[in-house]
Design a protein around this ligand. Structure first.
Ligand code: 4NP
Length: 159
């Protein structure tokens, strides 16, 4: 059995997608399914490559029992589209950016992260220029989306 490869993508890979990576990994571990998944995140832009997550994301994660402090930002690579099975993007701008890099056939199913959430929202808003409340809102959406994604993948793969 090969692992299901999941990548979360936002703009900078320091606020939203690192949270999704950490929360999804946490849920997968809690379910005892760590061996079945390979989990990563990336940014459509590379300005923050090599950096730790935004301290506000690290703080909201820690407050909720999730440690994302060891994660480091990296830019989306063209080959990611042929490596990952699922690429889940945080907003429509991310979706346009990823789709612009698609050339012909590719492995990944690319879609909006919140397509799997209960919330009637399409996008996880970029919290970078806002206050700390924005990060609580993002956390709630990320948890919702991650739970829905895990449920969908478990059903699809009989896990
Ligand atoms: P993210 O947030 O896409 O959720 O990581 C942002 C981080 C950095 C910038 C924009 C959004 N920035 O412009 O540097």
């Amino acid at each position: 059995m090969s692992a299901i490869r999941v990548q979360f993508v936002c703009l900078g890979n320091i606020c939203r997608s690192p949270l999704a990576e950490g929360v999804f990994r946490h849920l997968v571990a809690e379910a005892g399914l760590a061996a079945h998944f390979q989990i990563a995140s990336a940014g459509t832009g590379g300005w923050h490559a090599g950096e730790a997550p935004d301290p506000r994301s690290t703080a909201v994660a820690r407050k909720n029992g999730v440690d994302i402090s060891a994660q480091r930002a990296r830019a989306l690579r063209p080959q990611d589209l042929d490596y990952f099975d699922e690429i889940r993007v945080m907003d429509r701008s991310n979706l346009r950016d990823v789709e612009a890099r698609m050339k012909g056939k590719h492995r990944a199913q690319v879609g909006l992260f919140l397509d799997d959430a209960q919330a009637e929202r399409a996008e996880v808003p970029d919290p970078y220029y806002g206050g700390p409340q924005g990060f609580d809102d993002v956390y709630a959406l990320v948890l919702d989306g991650c739970a829905g994604l895990l449920a969908r993948l478990r059903a699809a793969h009989g896990l």
